[in-house]
Write a protein that binds this ligand. Structure first.
Ligand SMILES: C[S@@+](CC[C@H](N)C(=O)[O-])C[C@H]1O[C@@H](n2cnc3c(N)ncnc32)[C@H](O)[C@@H]1O
Length: 310
């Protein structure tokens, strides 16, 4: 059996369909996917979409979201990553537009994550946009959430209580801190190690955080608008199953290539939680990076995985 198939099968590690998600999704059984994560077209006239009225856009999004809810397992999550529809310098935040569709299904919104990044178009009639959002919904109250898998280094990992009954003990969690709902992750521009021909691909570290926190090993992750396969690559890199659809041949081919690399442990990615580079302070970057690496090492030594492997 090939490791990547085009048609849905419970035996495949990865399923990448060349064609539209609207047809493909009908073949996915109910409650079979633990995480849906996607960035759909924004209806702004990119090469891969036909701009339509916001009403028609809403109807199409509703069709696919309804299906994603149907295929979602009871302990599963949907993460809809989205920005603004823009016309004549007026913006419509698409997460606000689409929220009622999720609400109608009684999904529970756990976080509205702000993904902030340093680069993008320079606006002249408003402030330049430097964030997008991820709406994270769960189907029920009993959902997978592995916080320890995505903790980030504490700013002062050695800080101790200086009074009270726990004086002298570490005052912060030695496994690191909760990454919060504001994520500072560089978007994929020309100098990014993951850059392909796609104009708006996910950074793999962003999807990895969701995959690690919201699924367990061998669970299925689905991206209806797969692009160049960042979601399937992030899933396979972390021993999950991955599935997605892409309509354009040139992106589909790259999705297959990157997913195979991830399966074989050969995909090159920007490491999760790597500090943001500041070109104006090269010395500070180096110091910060060294501090980060030592904090990561401490985090690893205190993690359950290290204790098991010893
Ligand atoms: C915003 S991009 C997503 C990029 C993706 N997150 C990545 O990292 O590469 C949306 C993608 O959806 C694809 N697409 C548009 N309509 C589609 C459809 N009906 N079915 C499947 N893919 C579609 C587009 O070609 C485009 O690559």
């Amino acid at each position: 059996m090939p490791r990547i198939t085009d048609k849905y099968s419970t035996r495949s590690e990865a399923i990448i369909h060349k064609g539209s998600c609207y047809d493909f999704v009908k073949n996915i059984p109910d409650s079979s996917v633990t995480l849906v994560v996607t960035s759909p077209p924004y209806n702004i006239g990119k090469k891969y979409e036909k701009k339509s009225s916001l009403n028609d856009y809403y109807i199409k999004q509703e069709q696919i979201i309804d299906e994603c809810v149907r295929i979602l397992a009871d302990n599963g999550s949907i993460c809809w990553q989205i920005g603004n529809f823009v016309e004549n310098s007026e913006i419509v935040p698409l997460d606000i537009l689409l929220y009622p569709i999720f609400y109608k299904h009684n999904l529970k919104l756990r976080n509205r994550i702000i993904w902030q990044f340093g680069h993008g178009l320079h606006a002249s009639k408003r402030f330049s946009g430097r964030y997008e959002t991820i709406l994270w919904f769960t189907k029920t109250d009993n959902y997978v959430f592995n916080l320890d898998a995505v903790r980030v280094p504490q700013k002062y990992p050695q800080k101790k209580y200086f009074k009270g009954p726990r004086i002298g003990e570490l005052s912060c969690n030695p496994l690191g801190k909760n990454p919060s709902d504001i994520w500072d992750i560089p978007n994929v521009k020309n100098n990014h190690v993951e850059k392909t021909i796609h104009p708006c691909q996910f950074p793999i570290e962003l999807v990895e955080r969701l995959v690690l926190a919201l699924t367990n090993e061998k669970d299925m992750v689905f991206d209806p608008f797969l692009g160049v396969g960042s979601t399937t690559a992030a899933a396979l890199k972390n021993n999950r199953k991955g599935m997605g659809c892409e309509i354009l041949d040139e992106y589909y081919d790259i999705a297959i290539e990157r997913t195979e690399l991830a399966m074989n442990g050969k995909i090159k990615t920007r490491p999760m939680n790597k500090p943001i580079y500041d070109p104006e302070n090269p010395k500070e970057n180096l110091e910060y990076e060294l501090e980060f690496k030592s904090a990561q090492l401490t985090l690893f030594h205190k993690s359950p995985a290290y204790r098991v492997s010893k």
